[in-house]
Design a protein around this ligand. Structure first.
Ligand code: SF4
Length: 307
């Protein structure tokens, strides 16, 4: 476990959201059942991973009923974060696609590339290969003639061509529509066998195109969640994780019914406000943020020192 950031206090009591959060009981029946299954998984997960959640034993004595109450407070906090950010970011289109093969290609070319540049590459690929199957027969240099304009290496072009060939072999056509009938685990397992496709890309396809309760983690939403302090009462510290490890840790930690909305909001918030140098003063969720609270405490302490 990485060392705890000195900015984060060892334990912070749950902070009631400034705006009352809707309780999980207001969810419609299917979502409520999904939410309750998640809560049960979380009780076991928190109790079985003391390395990730070092304060669970201290604050709950390992008693499941107390862990359940901790999860209720965490859920309230996640709901408040989701709601305030949803009200803040009303323009929520990140350009994602409802067709799973479109989404796969879109996320493959988005990696470590500027938003405007990969969106332009996607449009040009669609124009050059109106049927994605044509990319399966194309040489890497033909694909790279387009992707290279956004600074992507030849390997990414080769991965796109090879991915298309593997999809053709698997399904007998250039489509991922059959994934609709697969379980989440099977989809993730298959997609991550494709070259250049990692768990985050697979989770994007699951969430954006297949409507599953997946939670893709990128540098933006990991940064915001690490600072805001998800599961802080359990002692979870995300501050030193890279996004791959963050994806593994966070995959199931957000309440399922909040994942899509919160993912989109956090990407927008990480890009606009909670940047590497955060603009906390104008942040709509600073009342829910551990980083902000710790910083304010430091400022107050410093200003109260005798001069
Ligand atoms: S208060 Fe600051 S650190 Fe916290 S979420 Fe907002 S911008 Fe990020």
């Amino acid at each position: 476990m990485a060392a705890r950031s000195p900015l984060l206090p060892a334990a912070i009591s749950a902070c009631p959201p400034a705006i009352p959060a809707p309780r999980s009981q207001t969810l419609e029946k299917g979502l409520l059942a999904q939410h309750n299954r998640w809560r049960r998984r979380m009780v076991t997960h928190l109790l079985e991973h003391p390395g990730l959640f070092p304060l669970v034993g201290q604050s709950t004595g390992g008693v499941p009923a107390r862990v359940r109450r901790l999860i209720t407070r965490e859920t309230d906090r996640q709901q408040a974060l989701t709601r305030v950010l949803q009200e803040t970011y009303t323009e929520r289109d990140l350009g994602n696609h409802s067709d799973p093969l479109d989404e796969l290609i879109y996320i493959m070319i988005s990696r470590r590339t500027r938003e405007g540049a990969y969106q332009d590459v996607f449009r040009r690929l669609q124009t050059r290969f109106p049927d994605w199957g044509e990319m399966a027969g194309a040489e890497a240099r033909e694909i790279h003639a387009i992707t290279g304009t956004a600074g992507m290496g030849v390997q990414r072009a080769a991965d796109l061509g090879q991915t298309m060939r593997l999809i053709g072999n698997q399904f007998g056509r250039y489509s991922l529509d059959d994934l609709q009938d697969w379980t989440d685990d099977r989809v993730e397992g298959f997609l991550t066998t494709l070259p250049g496709v990692g768990p985050k890309t697979a989770y994007c396809v699951l969430m954006y195109s297949l409507g599953r309760a997946a939670f893709p983690v990128d540098t933006h939403n990991l940064r915001v969640l690490a600072r805001a302090g998800v599961f802080h009462e359990a002692g979870l510290d995300l501050t030193h994780l890279d996004h791959k490890r963050g994806q593994a840790v966070l995959a199931d930690l957000i309440a399922p019914e909040l994942r899509h909305s919160l993912h989109v909001s956090l990407v927008l918030h990480g890009r606009d406000v909670c940047q590497p140098r955060p603009r906390c003063g104008g942040c709509a969720v600073n009342h829910l943020c551990d980083f902000y609270r710790a910083r304010q405490t430091q400022v107050n302490r410093t200003s109260s020192l005798p001069t």
